[in-house]
Design a protein around this ligand. Structure first.
Ligand code: NAD
Length: 315
């Protein structure tokens, strides 16, 4: 069976690609390598078809031919940038999703798995946040992800596809090149004496390890195909961890002893305008319906990732 992964040279996409190749699928990856890196696919590059293409303006639509499922992960995942560059996020996250859905419709693709995000909820009133909580994003990134979910669901209902949107918490693991762990390690690599942290350090969020994420993605896909229809699942952890605890882990892993300063960007201590202060998703629905559950806590996921990235980055 042939599957297509957009953004397959990215952090999550490369692990998904490896897993699907190992499971015997015929895998096509489309990626423009903007934040992707073919090095992440070195173990499987001989066993996939890689198409370097920009999905803002697809030039190889036939890559969508005879595909059973599209895993749509291509996006700009930098929430912070979306606040100052809304147009970039409109193009990379909304236009790209529209183009992927149009090609999927044109080529009669039956199943879409969409990488959404916890940021669709904004500052949630209910924590842990269930899927039926109001969608009120506070970043352009979150708004773009919400728009993508609605478009995927509508295409599925209108054109007879199955669609599953996965609202990922913060996903971490080896090969990660954005987010708090990566940023802090890069700062320490540049200057081991000082560490500036965005926000007042009280921001609390839930983190999920990459292998747990890939399992959730594949299990939710199988569930949607088997049961047909449109599904939305939170994919997160049971617990959360605050930025001060993360800083302690990173400093310990690095072996440095920097002077730490916290830089709140808003009166209530956020790292940047549009930064969600507290995020913990309810995962009851995916546990109950799909039968998935996470194996690693937020803290263990952070520790394991910090060790892996410190080696990869030479910190
Ligand atoms: P990533 O940046 O590592 O991967 C995104 C990939 O998409 C990259 O390889 C990039 O080159 C590719 N891409 C971007 N624009 C493209 C375009 N116009 N055409 C073709 N390819 C393009 O990010 P990631 O962390 O692996 O995230 C994967 C998906 O999961 C994204 O949709 C992201 O928004 C979503 N997500 C990630 C997290 C997280 O914590 N990592 C959390 C929630 C949602």
């Amino acid at each position: 069976m042939r599957v297509l992964i957009t953004g397959g040279a990215g952090f999550i996409g490369s692990f998904l690609t490896e897993k699907l190749v190992e499971s015997g699928f015929d895998v096509i990856v489309i990626d423009n390598l903007s934040s992707g890196d073919l090095g992440r696919l070195s173990d499987v590059i001989d066993r996939i078809r890689f198409v370097k293409d920009d999905l803002k303006n697809p030039s190889d639509p036939e890559a969508f031919q005879n595909v059973d499922t599209v895993f749509h992960l291509a996006a700009n995942p930098e929430v912070r940038i979306s606040v100052t560059e809304p147009r970039t996020h409109f193009d990379e996250n909304i236009l790209v999703t529209f183009n992927v859905l149009e090609l999927s419709r044109k080529y009669g693709i039956k199943n879409i798995v969409y990488a959404s995000s916890s940021t669709v909820y904004g500052d949630a009133r209910v924590i842990p946040t269930p899927e039926d909580h109001p969608i009120q994003p506070i970043s352009i990134y979150g708004a773009a992800k919400a728009a993508g979910e609605v478009m995927c669901g509508t295409y599925a209902r209108l054109y007879g596809m199955n669609c599953v949107a996965l609202r990922y918490a913060n996903i971490v693991g080896p090969r990660l090149r954005h987010g708090v762990i990566y940023d802090l390690l890069m700062k320490l690599r540049k200057n081991p004496e000082e560490l500036e942290v965005l926000g007042d350090g009280t921001q609390e969020k839930s983190y999920l390890y990459i292998t747990d994420t890939i399992n959730a993605t594949l299990m939710a896909w199988e569930y949607a195909v088997k049961n047909s229809g449109v599904y939305v699942y939170n994919v997160g952890n049971w617990d959360l961890i605050n930025v001060r605890e993360i800083v302690n882990i990173i400093v310990k892993v690095s072996g440095f002893n920097p002077r730490i300063t916290y830089r709140p960007a808003t009166p209530d201590g956020r790292g940047w305008p549009g930064d969600v202060k507290r995020m913990l998703l309810s995962i009851d629905k995916i546990v109950r319906e799909v039968g998935w559950k996470p194996n690693m806590s937020s803290k263990d996921a952070i520790e394991t990732t910090a060790k892996a990235l410190s080696q990869e980055l030479g910190v």
